[in-house]
Design a protein around this ligand. Structure first.
Ligand SMILES: [Ca+2]
Length: 326
């Protein structure tokens, strides 16, 4: 006659069982460990997991089994938080088996936010760098890493903390725009909601809205760690900016995105003004930084077209249009 037991406490090297009736046993030869063929001391299961043990002591464990993230830490190196700014932080982790990885985070240990890998290859992979965005400056954040392997196992880290960086000191906003322009003749005209709107975009990855992750707004948010990605548009990716009124453009700055497999990188592009004149093509040597180009364009709309690329989900980390409003 088989019996059902519940795991009432779990941890590395400590698994004890309690019968539904209430008392606990802590078997030396753990049938759970034997059943899974995993060395004792290297695993745990979630509390209140129901497992079934047959007469000959073989345990049947329902998936998913929850294991500590240490079990898949490459060379024993645990996840770290780096590149912490006042608005985001990168979680870096290399796993020894492919995982679909995420990190939950928030201002309390109940989290409330979740970030997934920026790499969008799909499926599991081993180099993880989810971006914890939307942070408040100089604030304690709780986070926990979790990943799912193809065999259904779930790996979970300990809840840890980091502190976001203090807000940078910004120059006071000038009330007198004319005075500001006199002092800073080339301002960025491509700031959403400040005289510029997105008139069109070829597509956003995963059919995201413009203001969602991978949406076109991410190329205009001043954050080099967020990106617009098209939905596989390759050389056909494009976007059009509307400045509402004529502007004099003296320069542009363009930063292509890329993916770990080498796709999604824009190698040249053109600009088209509202009179239909095509400017360029302009070449982008690589995707490691932004590249600046001098132009002389008077227009109320500006269209950006990819001319050549490595194909796939082409897009931009950042796009700035420098010039003057009339
Ligand atoms: Ca961005």
């Amino acid at each position: 006659m088989s019996r059902k037991v519940f795991v009432v406490a779990a941890g590395i090297g400590l698994i004890s069982f309690g019968f539904a009736g209430g008392y606990q046993i802590a078997p030396r030869a753990n049938p759970l460990v034997e059943a899974r063929g995993i060395e004792a001391g290297s695993e745990s299961v979630a509390q209140n997991t129901e497992i079934e043990i047959s007469d000959d002591g073989v345990a049947t464990v329902p998936l998913p089994i929850i294991l500590p993230i240490e079990a898949v830490a490459m060379d024993g190196i645990m996840p770290t938080v780096g590149d912490v700014t006042h608005r985001d932080a990168l979680l870096n982790f290399t796993s020894s088996v492919p995982l679909a990885c995420s990190v939950v985070y928030g201002k309390t240990d109940e989290f409330g936010m979740i970030a997934t890998d920026l790499d969008m290859d799909g499926g599991g992979h081993t180099n993880h760098a989810p971006l914890m965005a939307g942070l408040e400056p100089d604030t304690v954040y709780f986070y926990r890493v979790q990943g799912t392997a193809a065999d259904g196992s779930v790996y979970v880290g300990e809840t840890s903390q980091f502190i976001s960086a203090p807000a940078p000191e910004l120059p006071p906003l000038r009330e007198d725009i004319a005075e500001n322009l006199a002092e800073n003749p080339a301002e960025n005209l491509a700031i959403i909601g400040q005289g510029m709107v997105i008139a069109s975009v070829s597509s956003n990855y995963g059919d995201a809205e413009n203001d969602q992750n991978w949406g076109v707004n991410r190329a205009f948010d001043g954050n080099e760690r967020t990106a617009w990605s098209s939905n596989g548009d390759g050389d056909d990716a494009s976007l059009t900016l509307n400045f509402n009124d004529e502007v004099a453009i003296s320069g542009i700055e363009v930063w292509s995105r890329t993916m770990s497999d080498g796709t999604a990188q824009i190698t040249s592009f053109t600009l088209t003004d509202d009179g239909g004149t095509i400017h360029g093509p302009f070449s982008l040597p690589d995707a490691s930084q932004t590249y600046a180009f001098d132009v002389n364009i008077e227009t109320a709309q500006l269209r950006f077209d990819v001319e050549s690329s490595s194909g796939g989900n082409t897009g931009l980390l950042e796009f700035k249009v420098l010039g003057q409003r009339r």
